[in-house]
Write a protein that binds this ligand. Structure first.
Ligand code: BGC
Length: 920
């Protein structure tokens, strides 16, 4: 029998057997929430696994973990690092390693098995692994190298700073056969590592951006296959990234912190076959040049590459580097050099151009069909010295040329000079652009459609969510959100990817991060960002509006820095990870105290900076509304946010065991609530402040309004939205954080649905109808002043994506059992919506909710992962009509009826796949 056929047959038999016996399998083993990570620096890492089975009602009752320092030992059942023994527990997410502390560089192999509630013991999982980084400063024998001055042609102090990339190299000999080699490297702003002529790894724009004077990341790569016995060479190219400032003084922008000239540290730890070791390190034996092909490289302005300056073999052994200079030993960037625990950026997708048009002689405009972030790969053939120029824009002018006014001072220009040797393929390394259209000039001849290919870059993370409905407007907006979100991950969540800004603005993501976390596995990126925020905090306690604080924006705002606590809470609820809360508790508490001491008067927090940012304005060209009736007062926002954050601090205090603080926060909550209602509740009218929807939304969402007033307050939101705003969006980005959920939880999901499906101004659907393939910065992004008019901002999404998944899709974490250990499934069946198909890959496995409404029948297919349970709300008048798998649901002994509530029959359902049907 041919081998392939045999494999297929075996596979079939395995699947068939699994199906019959309901066999349980263990997979997706993760260490620190990554699969087989290299070079971590957590000495008690957290281990997780996923259990799958086609059996229903399956919980883990116990587990056993074995960890060994070699794969062979692990396979042989020897666990020299840790044998947990059988632990009675249902925990399968974030189990803390409690074995022998692994040492620097150690490899750890692990496997797990579980006992489940059906009385069975699983087989051992397939082994997984992790490796430790360089744990102590003394493990680094390498030192930081670079050149602390400009090279010929650099213009480091101009407004438009220009610095060529620096190439560094060294030859070395490895006398014996290599068993294993691991490279630990950091290069700031950006590095590419080369060994014997090939690039190491697939990461781009590495390492992650940080508050460099506090913390710099190093990355770890297994480079065994790149080395050989005998002569070897190591090289690196250093770009500017966010380390060397993208703008000098005089641009009219806030000054961007300049940390200095690029520099690197690298250590390759080699283990020979005979067990002896060697280290290749950065030191003063390395050489440097800036005369290579990568010229100026600037994230705003683009990259220039001159292929006539290529240096064939520069990272191979034996290259003649006589013209290169000896490197300088330079100071380290900041206090800490730590392992990067979130993934780097990669090329995650490619996009082909839809069409190309010659708009003027020699000026070719490519339409890539969607606004995305990254760059293009150029394919070109022509005479040596020819220069092709690429420029990028999100929109076109009426004459078909690029519209660049909204990019402000960003030059977004890549230049490629041909070496003339056959077909040349090139893509930049140290820049990126946000664009849909590409202008190509200087191309030898007529470029064909394939001469440029779009390279979509963002942080390497899984797409965890799927969401599709019967409504085309919603589906289009969802796609636009998806593109915008991934395009604004650049090792930090940025506001925009195209103009001269691209900063980690806190307020843009406070609630957006929750919606995003359904679509993308953004756990580690946001955990990293919380560290950026703490690193950017001043000694007095102020938290900036932008982190890392490349723009030093310390406005002592309430609403933007609130993201710090709100996102720490999200990490807990969505991923079941309490580490961010524990890690940043002291810093968050300090910030809360700082704001109180400085800005609290009579229990009112008087400070706010941006108001309800980007409220739809009264006329099409305005950026911000001038109408006082649309604005929500700063002290209202400051106080309501402060109150909400106190409630979060209260819960953080109990999670972290700071019991005394629980009372302190609680007491202050009471005082703030009293002062808030005294000052802002209009007793007569039953509304808050000047009766903006935003003011009323927060008094409800943050549970500030007295219970007996809530309905009345809500009525104002509904009335205003329907009457004053003609059924359209009535908030800026702050109010939008709770808009859709508040409408829905107060029984007006129909209004939320209207906002979600509108295609007239102002709405998300309007953007899409006007041709947007992402989300705009402004509701009136097609008509407003270009000074602040990005075509790819995600802040106006507010809680829309949260609402898609939690309400329409009915997949919601229960904060009482975080990380989706318990799932709340309560579909909003609304308007003319006929179908929703939503899924989310949680830490426990795939949650699926696929409903369909046909006439009077509601069909709902639900998947609940092993080791979790769900509280399921079936839309129903009478529970007796509900069926599961064609039989009355009550016949199913695994399903427990809890109660009837607001038009839903509520059940507790254990893991498994269910086919629910209700005829109402
Ligand atoms: C940014 C926003 C940011 C805002 C705050 C804008 O320039 O692009 O996203 O939140 O400023 O002032």
């Amino acid at each position: 029998m041919p081998e392939k056929l045999l494999i297929v047959l075996l596979l079939f038999i395995t699947v068939a057997c699994t199906a019959q016996t309901g066999q349980t399998t263990l997979d997706r083993l993760r260490c620190e929430y990554r699969e087989n990570p290299l070079g971590i620096d957590a000495t008690a890492p957290r281990l997780s696994w996923e259990i799958t089975s086609n059996k229903r009602n399956l919980m883990q009752q116990a587990y056993q973990i074995m960890v060994a320092s070699s794969l062979a030992d692990l396979k042989a059942g020897k666990a020299d690092l840790w044998n947990s023994g059988k632990i009675s527990s249902d925990q399968s997410l974030g189990v803390v390693y409690a074995g022998k502390p692994p040492g620097t560089g150690d490899a750890c192999f692990w496997k797990v098995k579980v006992w489940t509630s059906d009385g069975k013991e699983s087989a051992w999982s397939t082994p997984a692994s992790w490796s430790m980084g360089l744990l102590r400063p003394s493990d680094w024998q390498a030192v930081w190298i670079g050149m602390d001055s400009a090279f010929a042609g650099d213009r480091p102090t101009d407004t438009f700073t220009r610095l060529s990339a620096r190439y560094l190299r060294k030859d070395f000999r490895l006398p014996k056969k290599v068993k294993k080699a691991t490279a630990y490297i950091s290069g700031v702003g950006l590095y590419e590592l080369y060994l014997n002529g090939t690039k190491t790894g697939k990461d781009v724009l590495a390492p992650g951006p940080t508050e460099y004077n506090k913390r710099t990341f190093y990355n770890t790569y297994d480079v065994t296959s790149q080395l050989q016995q005998g002569d070897n060479a190591i090289g690196a190219i250093l770009g500017n990234g966010r380390y060397f400032s993208m703008r000098g003084n005089g641009s009219g922008l806030p000054p961007i912190t300049n940390f200095g000239y690029p520099k690197m540290i690298c250590q390759v730890n080699v283990i020979y076959e005979d067990g002896s070791t060697e280290k290749i390190v950065t030191d003063n034996s390395w050489k440097v040049t800036a005369a290579g092909p990568v010229g100026t490289n600037n994230e705003y302005d683009g990259e220039e590459y001159d292929a006539t300056k290529e240096m064939p073999g520069w990272s191979k052994p034996g290259f003649n580097a006589a013209s290169w200079l000896p490197v300088q030993l330079v100071s380290r960037p900041g206090e800490l050099l730590v392992a990067q625990m979130n993934n780097n950026i990669r090329v995650m997708d490619t996009v082909r151009a839809l069409h190309v048009k010659e708009v003027k002689p020699g000026v070719f405009i490519y339409d890539m069909g969607q606004n995305f972030v990254g760059w293009v790969r150029l394919k070109v053939k022509g005479p040596r010295g020819t220069q092709v120029v690429l420029r990028f824009a999100e929109r076109l002018k009426d004459d078909g040329t690029l519209y660049m006014a909204n990019l402000r001072s960003a030059k977004v220009t890549d230049k490629y000079t041909l070496n003339g040797k056959g077909t040349e393929d090139w893509e930049p390394r140290f820049t990126y652009h946000g664009f849909r259209y590409v202008e190509v000039t200087g191309y030898p001849g007529k470029p064909d459609l394939g001469a440029v290919e779009g390279r979509v870059v963002y942080d390497d993370m899984a797409t965890t969510g799927h969401f599709e409905t019967s409504n085309d407007v919603i589906n289009q907006i969802y796609k636009n959100a998806y593109r915008g979100i991934r395009g604004n991950y650049r090792g930090m969540p940025t506001d925009c990817p195209q103009r001269d800004e691209r900063m980690g603005w806190l307020g843009d993501r406070a609630v957006g991060a929750r919606g995003e976390s359904f679509i993308f596995g953004n756990h580690l990126l946001y955990a990293k960002w919380l560290q950026d925020i703490e690193d950017a905090q001043t000694p007095e306690g102020s938290v900036p509006d932008v982190a890392p604080s490349y723009w030093r924006m310390y406005s002592d705002n309430m609403t933007w820095p609130a993201a710090y606590l709100i996102i720490a809470n999200l990490m807990y609820e969505q991923y079941g990870d309490d580490q961010p809360i524990r890690r940043h508790y002291a810093s968050m508490k300090k910030w809360m105290a700082y704001m109180k001491d400085k800005y609290m008067k009579d229990d009112i927090l008087t400070k706010d900076t941006y108001g309800d940012w980007c409220m739809p304005p009264e006329s099409p060209e305005l950026i911000h509304s001038k109408d006082p009736a649309r604005k929500t007062a700063g002290d209202f926002l400051g106080t309501s946010f402060y109150y909400h954050l106190l409630t979060l601090m209260e819960s953080f205090a109990s999670i972290t065991g700071n019991t005394a603080d629980v009372t302190t926060f609680k007491n202050l909550e009471e005082k703030v609530k009293t002062a808030f209602n005294k000052k802002f509740l209009n007793e007569e009218g039953g509304y808050y402040a000047n009766n903006t929807p935003t003011a009323n939304i927060f008094s409800l969402a943050y549970q500030l309004a007295p219970e007996d007033r809530r309905k009345q307050v809500f009525q104002h939101i509904a009335d205003k939205t329907l009457n004053d705003y003609k059924g359209h969006i009535s908030t800026g980005l702050v109010g939008a954080e709770w808009l859709m959920r508040t409408l829905t939880s107060y029984g007006r999901g129909d209004i939320a649905y209207k906002l979600a499906t509108n295609t007239t101004y102002p709405s998300w659907g309007y953007m899409a109808k006007e041709g947007a393939t992402t989300i705009w910065e402004l509701w009136n992004g097609n008509t407003a002043d270009p000074a602040m008019n990005s075509g790819n901002h995600v802040m106006l999404l507010g809680d829309l994506v949260v609402w898609y998944y939690q309400n329409l899709g009915a997949i919601q974490p229960n904060p009482a059992a975080p990380g989706f250990k318990n799932i709340i499934m309560k579909p909003l069946v609304v308007g003319d919506l006929k179908k929703v198909d939503a899924s989310y890959h949680s830490g426990y496995g795939l949650i699926r909710s696929n409903w369909e409404k046909i006439d009077q029948s509601f069909k709902w297919r639900v998947s609940i992962p092993v080791n979790t349970r769900a509280t399921v709300y079936v839309p129903s008048k009478e529970a007796k009509n509900i069926k599961e798998g064609g039989k009355p649901i009550g016949d199913n002994k695994d399903v427990k009826f809890l109660r009837m509530e607001d038009g839903y029959a509520v059940y507790e359902i254990p893991s498994g796949n269910y086919d629910i049907q209700d005829d109402f």
